[in-house]
Design a protein around this ligand. Structure first.
Ligand code: FDM
Ligand code: MG
Length: 206
């Protein structure tokens, strides 16, 4: 049986990740695949509740502690993710460890320290980085009251994403239209689905 593909969307806030992730799941489903959306942080778990309390500014935590909670929120999902992939279901994942490192390092934590807790996690088969100037994404509005929704921090986050970028990432111009981006993502996803079908799951982030 062919395994599912792990498809990741990364990027700063307001770059269209969630919209594109949902559209990709719907499209793959229409094409006859089994595909599900997975969002990090997953705010529905016990750890996720703590993360949500922190992001909503109901609770303060030091930078190291919240960093480790974000990582734990991925580790607590890893068996479920692997089981989906093994059973042939594709995962479209909205944020992952790259967000984890980029946001924490943007606050001043050491980059190498930030990478350590995610070492050994499942590796994405395909990563899209939705990229646009921060000034342009800020103009899209919709920034709420959550922590990190500030221009200066987002600018540092973007620089860190670009530093973390792996050679096989697909950098997507997030200022293009929703449909243009969707077509690009669909095409690349279909190629990856074919190439990974008979491959072992990839652990060993980074
Ligand atoms: N975020 C997200 C982190 O700081 N670390 C992480 O590991 C992840 C997955 O949480 F500002 C940040 C990024 C964002 C916030 O994410 C909430 P969503 O996608 O806006 O819910
Ligand atoms: Mg947000």
């Amino acid at each position: 049986m062919s395994r599912g593909a792990f498809i990741l969307l990364e990027g700063c806030d307001r770059t269209g990740k969630s919209t594109q992730a949902q559209m990709l799941v719907d499209r793959l489903t229409q094409l006859g695949h089994r595909a599900i959306l997975w969002k990090f942080p997953d705010r529905t778990t016990g750890i996720g509740h703590m993360i949500n309390g922190y992001l909503a500014k109901h609770q303060d935590l030091n930078d190291q502690a919240i960093h480790l909670l974000f990582s734990a929120n991925r580790w607590e999902a890893v068996e479920q993710l692997a089981n989906h992939l093994r059973s042939g279901t594709h995962l479209v994942v909205d944020r992952y460890a790259y967000s984890g490192v980029a946001f924490s390092a943007a606050k001043g934590l050491d980059l190498e320290w930030c990478k350590q807790p995610d070492v050994g996690l499942l590796k994405p088969d395909l990563t899209f980085f939705l990229d646009m100037p921060i000034q342009a994404s800020m103009q899209r509005g919709g920034f709420g009251e959550e922590r990190y929704e500030k221009e200066e921090l987002q600018t540092r986050v973007r620089d860190l994403f670009l530093k973390l970028r792996e050679p096989d990432w697909k950098v997507v111009d997030a200022t293009e239209t929703i449909d243009q981006i969707h077509e690009k993502l669909t095409k690349a996803a279909q190629e990856t689905i074919q190439t990974v079908a008979s491959r072992e799951l990839q652990y060993g982030l980074w």
